[in-house]
Design a protein around this ligand. Sequence first.
Ligand code: PLP
Length: 287
Amino acid sequence: MTRTVYVNGTYLPETEAKVSIFDRGFLMADGVYEVTSVLDGKLIDFDGHMNRLKRSLRELEMTCPLSADELLAMHRELVARNGIDQGMIYLQVTRGNPGDRSFLFPDASVPGTVVAFTQNIPHLADAPAAKTGFRVITIPDLRWSRVDIKTVQLLYPSMGKMAAKKAGVDDSWFTDEAGMVTEGTSNNAYIVKGNRIITRQLGSDILHGITRAAVLRLATEAQFEIEERPFSPAEAQQADEAFATAASIFVMPVVEVDGMPVGTGKPGPVATRLREIYLEEMRKAAL
Ligand code: PLP
């Protein structure tokens, strides 16, 4: 089946979708994005993702041509037209096409570009990786210092994924100048010690994960203690468990850091339970 995608108000086959070569998203990575997962044909934590989109746009003095209601209707339309039961919707908003290349932002009369497409992932909820867990390596965090804005500037995270692939593992965790873990290439990072879940505090040096916010809320309700502070790779190696969160992986156990097993070297009970609670609660609240 040919995928139907959305470009600036129109639904069309992916082979016919076009964006200008002058689009600032293409020339300058001047754009922001969101990825919302779909379970049972419904959107998971959609409001959370749209609130963060608004924040990213505001931080970059951008506007979105679509209202909140229009964005929801468009996401639902893409799910319906592509028959998605489990998968993801990728949404990107750029500063548009000023008709030429210039470092200066174009004036507000240039409309932003909005594109969106689906990814069909039949086993998103029961992903085999969740049963074995991720193995990660650590690499220096060489991204710019506003990674709290979800921009399409993803070259370094992409290099981080390639470094992981070359090392034969699943992902890279970034470390700051003090050697402390910031986050994964496309996920937030956690360790578990007893009843305590430890994850880096929010700031401009990590993305404010929508899954992170939900998991910390649900973990608090389930009587876990939350400690928001940096941790080192060595502390992760000595922890009982580790895990990562993102819309694309929900709660993913992390079983190895830099070649050393974490805990038993197998997915632990806390990460496994949090994944179950997250999936159950978010499915109930899906739109
Ligand atoms: N951190 C980074 C760098 C990311 O790219 C992502 C998701 O793409 C996350 C964390 C997790 O965010 P969310 O839970 O909103 O998917």
